[in-house]
Design a protein around this ligand. Structure first.
Ligand SMILES: NC(=O)c1ccc[n+]([C@@H]2O[C@H](COP(=O)([O-])OP(=O)(O)OC[C@H]3O[C@@H](n4cnc5c(N)ncnc54)[C@H](OP(=O)(O)O)[C@@H]3O)[C@@H](O)[C@H]2O)c1
Length: 305
């Protein structure tokens, strides 16, 4: 099969190549999926899991990309709940070969059915940003209607999902980002916008939940704005700051079939818009991941036309 592979961490995305790789077999509890569309997070090549297995053994050349939408072609022994020919989407294991390939082997529990009226490109754009927003807001952030959320990077892949899901849950959302992101953040539902380079974060007052996708000084100044009993949720590593009287939580997104189904249902009925910036073919994937201009929104690779 054809796949994008990486062999050299120092080379970054410029070291990606399109290569021939063996098709994966369906191991116990796995399904093999014919990938129609694949999503990739720009920071993946910095993650140890891209380069080693769980025992820290080198597993390169590895295939990046952890989001997919496609069609089940084989079921491993013991796999239940899915059938051959079914449309699915989901999030693959960080330590296994990923989805920038014509086929991927994935545990069945990491997949959810993809309804027939949702395009594969849309399906592949949802798992990481949608699940991260859902888990950060509702599991880790324990968001309640009427609360306020400071959504950093509100025009980004995760930030647009955070904004929309928080609004739907009845929260007041203040988005942040660069000056050029203001309109997009407001279009996705933020009620206010803070340009982090030119506006003062302190002017927004106090909030119940900070959803941090940036870290560093932005995270530190945001932690000071959290109300008593509020939460700093960060997805960029261990917290560097804590609210004076609240929780600070970092987490890594996990596959969850029920949550994937909740997310895709919102897309079907128009409550949730995905944030795709670029769609490229597998032949053009390396160029798409090495853009000459700033990327906006997710880059999705249409593996099959
Ligand atoms: N822990 C997890 O499970 C998890 C899950 C998903 C993502 N992540 C991580 O979360 C981060 C965000 O992911 P994403 O997919 O949402 O990325 P993204 O689409 O690039 O969105 C991030 C947004 O924040 C903006 N931003 C970043 N630094 C900024 C700054 N200093 N000032 C103003 N705006 C700034 C970006 O603008 P520019 O593009 O102009 O920089 C972009 O609009 C990444 O580091 C990713 O690896 C973690």
């Amino acid at each position: 099969m054809r796949a994008i592979v990486v062999t050299d961490q120092a080379a970054g995305t410029s070291g990606m190549t399109l290569a021939e790789r063996p098709e994966p077999p369906a191991a116990i509890n796995d399904v093999v999926v014919e990938v129609h569309a694949s999503g990739y997070v720009p920071t993946e090549l910095e993650w140890p899991s891209t380069w080693t297995d769980r025992a820290d053994r080198d597993r390169s050349p590895s295939i990046p990309g952890h989001e997919l939408a496609g069609v089940v072609t084989a079921l491993g022994y013991g796999t239940t709940g899915l059938s051959v020919g079914q449309r699915v989407f989901g999030l693959t294991d960080w330590h296994r070969d990923g989805t920038l390939a014509e086929y991927v082997a994935i545990e069945a529990r990491n997949l959810a059915p993809l309804p027939g009226d949702v395009d594969f490109t849309v399906g592949a754009s949802l798992p990481i940003s949608g699940l991260t927003a859902w888990q950060g807001l509702f599991q880790h952030g324990r968001l309640q209607a009427g609360q306020s959320v400071l959504a950093h990077g509100a025009a980004g892949a995760v930030g647009t999902m955070v904004t929309q899901l928080a609004r739907e849950a009845g929260a007041y959302v203040i988005g942040t980002g660069r000056a050029a992101d203001r309109e997009k953040a407001l279009d996705y539902g933020a009620q206010e916008f803070v340009d982090l380079a030119n506006d003062s974060l302190e002017d927004i007052g106090r909030v119940d939940l900070v959803f941090d996708v940036i870290g560093g000084d932005v995270q530190k100044s945001s932690a000071a704005l959290i109300k008593t009993g509020g939460t700093l949720v960060t997805i960029v590593g261990p917290p560097e700051a804590r609210p004076a009287d609240g929780l600070a939580i970092d987490f890594v997104v996990e596959a969850d079939r029920a949550q994937l189904s909740e997310i895709v249902q919102r897309v079907r009925d128009g409550r949730l818009q995905t944030n795709i910036g670029t769609i490229a073919t597998l032949d053009d994937a390396v160029a798409a991941f090495n853009p000459t201009e700033r990327l906006r929104g997710k880059t999705i690779i249409r593996v099959r036309p």
